[in-house]
Ligand binder design. Structure first.
Ligand code: OSB
Ligand code: MG
Length: 369
């Protein structure tokens, strides 16, 4: 196939509840929806999930746009593409910038599946139709407000809760949740807010039967995480560190973690994500699918990917109404018995809502031949 045209919607969706982490507060999610059209008029859709601030990892939506327009699109056009697995090789000369790469790579996968009239999950030999999901809860200064939120999510059926923590906001909220929900699958995510000096403090988390502790230390640290994992009973999970299968190999070799939060955009796309799934399967590392406050487009992709049988642990893939008042796809995702359904159409399986795209964003053509 040949790429003939690339268009983009630049969207801002207000969040229903502001999302606070150890590094900041998000009230609105900005993202780009990228549409790639082939010579037959088929269209693949990808989402650029980077944030506006470089506070989760270094990439931002603005840097990603430059990488896409100046460096990735020129590599993509004027050539015959037979298989989406070629894209990650093609992009290898551009270093880093995984979210930029992923927005294009996943759109090409969607395009390819649509050309062949197949659901994306068929390319992963995946057959599950209902995916168990969890919810990630932001920092709430008021504990009773926190408990109210968690109670509502548990009542809705979410199968696992992840609490954001930071120094000064950890033992107390965790103990309050445990008191009210002794058996709830509960985990915590620090987004790099601690250092090895907090080792003995973090060891106290072992008392709360947490399913895991996500990313306590810096995004480029493997040694301190290994030191902590050695003395903690609770599984450590790496998120920000994991940009490639190489990072998984390193983490595994050093014993830095026993679980991997896999986000397709943070590793540059589907092809690299599949390598990570293989590696985790081979080495008995618990792998599960994380989220980036995606719109329905990224969520559909995540559900297609999470339909592989290895993803039994509930991912950060919540229903549309956990994040947004209105989604930009025609049918928002709803929670049924703690699960979301894998969309059944071809490719990622969802169609866009033209009305909502224009209500919340602007349209621009970024390449035409
Ligand atoms: O650290 O996993 C994280 C959201 C944005 C950026 C980083 C993270 C998160 C979440 C929520 O925890 C995931 C989601 O529900 O999309
Ligand atoms: Mg995380």
């Amino acid at each position: 196939m040949k790429i003939k045209r690339i268009d983009c919607y630049r969207i801002r969706l207000p969040l229903r509840i502001p999302f606070e982490t150890s590094y900041g507060r998000l009230t609105e999610k900005a993202f780009d929806i990228i549409l790639i059209t082939d010579e037959l008029g088929n269209q693949g859709i990808g989402e650029l999930v980077a944030f506006e601030q470089p506070d989760y990892i270094e990439e931002t939506i603005a840097t990603a746009r430059i990488i896409i327009e100046k460096h990735l699109i020129p590599l993509l056009i004027d050539r015959e593409i037979d298989d989406p697995r070629e894209i990650s090789l093609l992009f290898q000369e551009v270093k880093g910038n995984q979210m930029a790469k992923s927005s294009i790579e996943t759109a090409v996968w969607d395009l390819y599946a649509k050309r062949n009239g197949k659901s994306l999950q068929t390319y992963f030999s995946a057959t599950r139709t209902q995916i168990p999901v969890g919810v990630s809860v932001g920092i709430q200064s008021d504990i009773s407000e926190l408990l109210k939120q968690i109670t509502a999510y548990v009542d809705q059926g979410y199968q696992r809760v992840k609490l954001k923590i930071r120094p000064g906001y950890d033992l107390k909220p965790i103990a309050s949740i445990r008191e009210k929900f002794p058996d709830l699958p509960l985990m915590v995510d620090a987004n790099s807010a601690y250092t090895i000096d907090d080792l003995s403090h973090l060891k106290k988390l072992d008392a709360y039967n947490l399913v895991m502790l996500e990313q306590p230390f810096a995004a480029d640290d493997f040694l301190d995480h290994a030191q902590l994992q050695k003395v903690m009973k609770t599984k450590i999970c790496l998120d920000e560190n994991i940009r490639s299968v190489k990072a998984c190999e390193l983490a595994f070799a050093l014993g830095s973690c026993r679980s991997i939060n896999l986000k397709i955009p943070r590793v540059g796309g589907i092809t690299e994500a599949l390598k990570i799934v293989d590696f985790c399967e081979k080495h008995d590392l618990l792998v599960w699918l994380g989220g980036m406050f995606e719109s329905g487009v990224g969520r559909a992709l995540n559900l297609q990917f999470a339909s592989q049988s290895i993803f039994t642990f509930p991912g950060d893939i919540s229903a549309s109404d956990r994040y947004y008042y209105e989604d930009i796809i025609s049918k928002p995702f709803v929670l049924t018995n703690g699960k979301l359904s894998v969309p059944t159409g071809s490719g990622i399986g969802v169609s866009l809502s033209p009305e909502h795209l224009l209500k919340y964003g602007n349209y621009e053509t970024i390449y035409t031949d």
